[in-house]
Design a protein around this ligand. Structure first.
Ligand code: GLU
Length: 592
């Protein structure tokens, strides 16, 4: 009975969501023992329920992700992959799990070329069988649940199974995503039936959606084990869908052996000092952690606290640090099993100090930043010139009552990934995160396609510790390449400016990913609030700095823009926790 009330309350909450004009700046949520922040209220509530039932942060992370696969399928799910950063309170150890998708063994540097030797157009590649990598999420659940979970997978997956069977109300943001992808979703019979009405329009917000196929997959995982996803009928459905492909761009080369052989890699996180803290995040194949530590390490040379968040010098320094970090990222970072990534050199404090000397307080050099030469770097390849990609992803931050911390970002890449639904879940298009161009044989691009390789990511799941090793902040966001700047800006806001997690999430973003164009986010009133926004961004309008920043050499498009972030932030405070969820999405902080 209780859960029907919860469902009804969630549906009422969604329909009562205020119109854009009535949005307010959101304020922080505080709890005493435990907290879950995700981009969807049903998912946060599922995580909080598992914590209440005796689960720990790992169990809650699984519960949240399983629900997000239902309620935010445009962003994340079991057909995709990602990274989990985990702090284990008992052993005081921080570790990371790499659940990134892999390319099929048969793929090579020309995987995104057509039969005539022409490189595929990006969207053709996204919707083709080529883009689909071997999914990592379910294997992640198996690995972390076995190693650190307190409850069986049955407990963690129950909320999602119930919602899939009983149905949930489509949220405004999900409805808007369905509407913008309706043409491509219509190309897939399963996706068409599930997401669209019979006249081809997208199902509206508030529509009750049931997903028995997804419930069955989760039940199979509970009763026969997660390997069922990689070996049984589900694996056959994935391979069948990807390889029997009438679409432009051609079929994928994924085989049952690729799925059966998929492995999670536990990796040492990358960590570095920032002010009085130690910041840890995900190392390669994500570029997120290295770039975040470089940006912070460069900014450590600037007294940001004295300048404050709204000073043009703060924004100028941040944009330059972002740019310098992206120059290194584009040259050096890829899957470390395939390419010698100079990770230690890239986050070496002395190297970062030499990069910091390139900051100017006056006008910029007219050219873009070039990569530096970190210590012990081998022969460099060719820089990846692919344009930054921005798609669909979701970040989850959790602190449990034992002090364990999860910072997890999982993605299907573009909105609805590959735009095909198999057994109730969306397939990813993660392989389009590779460089389509392999580069010259003499100096190949580090992030070129290779069989079994993981594409470079920008995901930046972060945990910030005090110098004596206590968790202080948890952060992360979706947003493709902009994840790095968005997450780092939130860390700076909390560490340097003392903003609480919600104030940090409310801030307008500013970014330069070492391209000619700089993005300064508009406040909603002039940019138009995206569907599903649950609060205003601001209060400071960073676009008021455009004249001064233009004089400093930044080229800023006149058209208003909103970045697709989805920050989920937690701050550990004396006696409890404070949480903030990105007002650009529907998320909430839940807990007790
Ligand atoms: N596929 C992207 C990455 O791993 C994330 C996509 C997004 O957040 O939009 O970096």
């Amino acid at each position: 009975m209780k859960r029907f009330i919860a469902l009804a309350a969630a549906a009422a909450w969604l329909t009562a969501m205020p119109a854009a004009a009535q949005l307010q700046l959101r304020t922080k949520v505080a709890t005493m023992q435990e907290m879950v922040v995700s981009a969807n209220p049903l998912a946060s509530q599922a995580g909080a329920r598992v914590l209440r039932a005796g689960g720990n942060a790992i169990d809650a992370a699984i519960a949240v992700e399983a629900v997000l696969g239902l309620t935010e399928p445009q962003a994340t799910g079991i057909g995709g992959g990602g990274f989990m950063l985990y702090y284990d309170a008992a052993s005081k150890k921080v570790t990371s799990f790499d659940a990134r998708e892999t390319a099929p063994a048969a793929a090579n540097g020309y995987y995104f070329y057509d039969a005539a030797g022409q490189v595929l157009d990006f969207n053709t590649a996204v919707f083709s069988g080529r883009s689909v990598g071997v999914p990592g999420t379910v294997k992640l659940w198996e690995t972390v649940s076995r190693q650190y979970g307190a409850k069986p997978l049955a407990v963690a997956l129950l909320p999602a199974i119930e919602l899939a069977i009983e149905g949930f109300a489509i949220s405004p943001r999900m409805a808007a995503s369905i509407d913008s992808y309706k043409a491509s979703l219509a190309q897939d019979a399963n996706a068409r039936t599930y997401f669209l009405n019979s006249d081809g329009s997208g199902k509206a917000a508030g529509t009750l959606l049931r997903n028995p196929a997804y419930a069955q997959v989760l039940a199979r995982i509970v009763f026969t084990g997660p390997q069922t996803f990689y070996q049984g009928p589900i694996a056959r459905d994935i391979v069948g869908t990807v390889t029997i492909d009438p679409r432009a761009g051609g079929p994928g080369s994924m085989t049952l052996a690729d799925l059966e052989g998929y492995k999670i890699v536990e990796r040492t996180p990358v960590c570095g000092n920032y002010r009085a803290y130690v910041v840890c995040s995900m190392g390669p194949p994500s570029s997120g952690g290295i770039a975040e530590l470089q940006i912070l390490g460069i900014l450590d040379h600037v007294d940001l606290a004295a300048l404050g968040p709204n000073d043009v010098r703060t924004v100028h320094a941040f944009l330059q640090a972002n740019r310098l970090a992206f120059a290194d990222r584009n040259l050096y970072v890829a899957d470390p099993a395939y390419v010698a990534v100079p990770t230690a050199g890239l986050i070496d404090p002395d190297y970062i100090s030499t990069r910091a000397t390139l900051l100017t307080t006056g006008p910029l050099a007219p050219s873009l930043a070039t990569a530096g030469t970190p210590p012990s770097v081998g022969a460099a390849g060719t820089a990846d010139a692919s344009p930054p990609r921005f798609g669909g992803t979701s970040h989850v931050s959790i602190v449990d009552r034992f002090g364990n911390v999860v910072s997890q970002t999982i993605t299907v890449e573009s909105g609805f990934g590959n735009n095909r639904l198999v057994d109730g879940f969306i397939l990813n298009n993660e392989l389009t995160d590779f460089s389509f161009d392999p580069g010259p044989d003499s100096a190949p691009i580090a992030n070129r396609v290779q069989g079994g390789k993981r594409p470079r990511s920008a995901m930046t799941p972060t945990i910030v510790f005090t110098q004596d090793g206590k968790p202080a902040f948890v952060a992360g966001s979706p947003g493709g390449a902009s994840i790095i700047g968005t997450t780092t800006q939130a860390v700076v806001a909390m560490v340097d400016f003392g903003l609480d997690p919600q104030q940090a999430a409310n801030q307008a973003h500013f970014q330069n990913n070492n391209t000619g164009s700089t993005t300064l986010e508009s406040l909603f009133p002039d940019g138009g609030a995206p569907a599903g926004s649950t609060g205003l961004i601001g209060p400071f309008d960073v676009r008021s700095l455009i004249p001064e920043l233009t004089a400093l050499g930044w080229s800023i498009p006149a058209s208003p823009s909103v970045l697709t972030s989805g920050l989920s932030l937690i701050k550990v405070v004396p006696g409890g926790l404070e949480g903030g969820a990105d007002p650009r999405r529907e998320g909430i902080a839940a807990g007790r």
